[in-house]
Ligand binder design. Structure first.
Ligand code: DHB
Ligand code: FE
Length: 303
């Protein structure tokens, strides 16, 4: 048997098989494997470096933080940009811009009609009401549109990933009323940072990068026959707005906060003094398919 050289080894790895397998998986894995062989050769990657990387991947998987790395390396935004480009090529109107889901959505939040309070009395922060109308491309209100909204607490952490918060804290599903309207009361969220002392922080420290995201609130919006929208809104004035670790800021999605002096009309949300208010109206285009219309988070879509 002839001694294997690198090209011979790669050729075997790319082409060995005892069954048809999956053509798509093989094409992608083969491409990545080829690129990694080239990287190892051209950058003269040493065994200790290679095994440190393998160990890091093992720890990353065990930590459940894979989705943090994809965001920080821009893959989440890349997928959005590609979908935006596909929309532009089709030449159709698309309504409210999409933005990354992030890795921290949890399905099954408590449901409310029209309005809800996301925060608990013990949360510290400025009182904020976000309100808006869900419409279709013709400008018609979408009665009964549903939306999941979720954001970080005053320490920049998300419930379910933070043992100090109750399940579904700052996470709710709201069903818009007959006029397509919704509103919620919460606190103005602070920014977010990747967890310290984690496989994620290790990588970004080695890259000389920060792991901060500007303050934001996530939305997943859907209605029958319309295309489900994954997006997020940003709070204005955050120092990381143009320096988001996940590259997700979109100018059209930065809220404008208004100082409202009186709680009149908002008593049902428990407001009894001045508060901040922002509008976020959502426009949904028609769905191409039932799957397009499904209200699904990332993990649910994979399942
Ligand atoms: C990450 C965290 C978020 O809250 C988010 O919206 C996107 C990404 C992250 O840790 O990678
Ligand atoms: Fe987030």
């Amino acid at each position: 048997m002839a001694e294997l050289n690198i090209d011979g080894l790669l050729d075997k790895v790319l082409h060995d098989r005892i069954a048809p397998g999956n053509d798509r998986v093989r094409a992608i894995v083969n491409r990545i494997t080829t690129d990694l062989y080239r990287t190892i050769e051209q950058l003269d990657v040493q065994p200790d470096e290679f095994w440190a990387a393998a160990d890091w991947l093992t720890r990353l998987g065990a930590s459940g933080q894979t989705g943090l790395i994809t965001a920080g390396l821009g893959f989440d935004r890349l997928l959005d940009i590609r979908q935006d480009e596909a929309d532009r090529r089709r030449g159709v109107k698309t309504g409210t811009p999409r933005a990354i889901e992030g890795p921290l959505f949890i399905p099954g939040a408590p449901a409310s009609d029209f309005e809800v309070r996301l925060d608990e009395a013990q949360d510290h922060g400025e009182c904020l009401v976000v309100e808006g109308t869900v419409r279709d491309l013709q400008g018609q209100p979408v009665a009964g549109a549903t939306m999941d909204v979720w954001h970080a607490n005053e320490h920049g952490r998300y419930s379910s990933f933070d043992p100090d918060q109750a399940p579904f804290h700052l996470r709710r599903r709201i069903t818009a009323n007959a006029r397509g309207e919704y509103r919620y009361r919460t606190i103005v969220p602070p920014g977010y940072a990747i967890p310290p002392n984690s496989p994620t922080s290790e990588l970004f420290a080695a890259l000389g990068r920060h792991g901060n995201r500007p303050a934001h609130i996530h939305y997943l919006v859907s209605a029958p026959g319309l295309r489900a929208l994954t997006t997020q809104v940003n709070l204005p004035g955050d120092p990381f707005l143009d320096d988001d670790f996940a590259y997700a800021t979109r100018q059209e999605l930065v809220l404008t906060l208004e100082d409202v002096p009186s709680p009149a009309g908002y008593e049902s949300l428990g407001i009894d003094g001045p508060f901040k208010r922002a509008r976020f109206d959502v426009t949904l285009p028609p769905a191409g398919s039932d799957r397009d219309a499904a209200h699904l988070g990332r993990a649910e879509r994979v399942a």
